[in-house]
Design a protein around this ligand. Sequence first.
Ligand SMILES: Nc1ncnc2c1ncn2[C@@H]1O[C@H](COP(=O)(O)OP(=O)(O)OP(=O)(O)O)[C@@H](O)[C@H]1O
Length: 248
Amino acid sequence: MTDALAIRHLSHAYGARKALDDVSFTVAPGSFTVLLGLNGAGKSTLFSLVTRLYAARQGQIEIFGADVMRSPGAALRRLGVVFQARTLDLELSLMQNLVYHAALHGIGPFEARRLGQEALTRAGLAERANDKARALSGGQMRRIEIARALLHKPRLLLLDEPTVGLDIKARADILAHVRGLVRDEGLGVLWTTHLIDEIDPEDQVVILHKGKALATGRAREIVAQSGAAEIGAAFAKITGADVERISA
Ligand SMILES: Nc1ncnc2c1ncn2[C@@H]1O[C@H](COP(=O)(O)OP(=O)(O)OP(=O)(O)O)[C@@H](O)[C@H]1O
């Protein structure tokens, strides 16, 4: 089966500082893969390379077999992204936010409204179509951003620390929502976080530390191989970093 995302020997430096150093891992279609790393691990750099904000000069990135450098159109069509920073226009209605985004993907106004309605329903906010984004809670805004990222029906969704700034309940809701999309719609998801409590034992995990992928595999396998009792202790053992910083 073709990987939803394949990262091979990816490196990136800002001047002399290496932000990513020979990173390789894959995300299978219909899987929930967690990219776990502390601040500065290189997660945002990786996102910038996958989305072509930066050109990948060393290594290869493929989305469903399409190389992002050589076939950007085919690769990016299958990709949806939720960035860490909030990106809704607060003065526009939810539907307007969705329709304008659809236009960026070349979707006409009629189809955009249909997809927008579908997206709002999926986000559980169908009744709020005409409310301004400003009126939403942080968790609801995230749901709309996720729905918007899925408007063009990508098969791979990247989320960069999507629960940052949310309270415990909203965090759990967003996590459950995205896990539901993986389960029910077969979406491939790469979820970056610095919080171990967002990881299930069966999740695929990539531990990124100081630009290096130090461990990849199922969470329970990484725990077993490290000889630790749970994933937090395994992370601390593998990276030598302080476990406090990855606890919620
Ligand atoms: N534009 C830049 N110029 C120089 N150095 C950078 C730049 N962006 C990131 N870095 C450095 O590259 C390394 C990786 O940063 P990156 O932002 O990718 O990590 P991160 O895991 O996303 O952390 P955070 O969650 O804090 O953004 C860090 O050492 C950071 O200081």
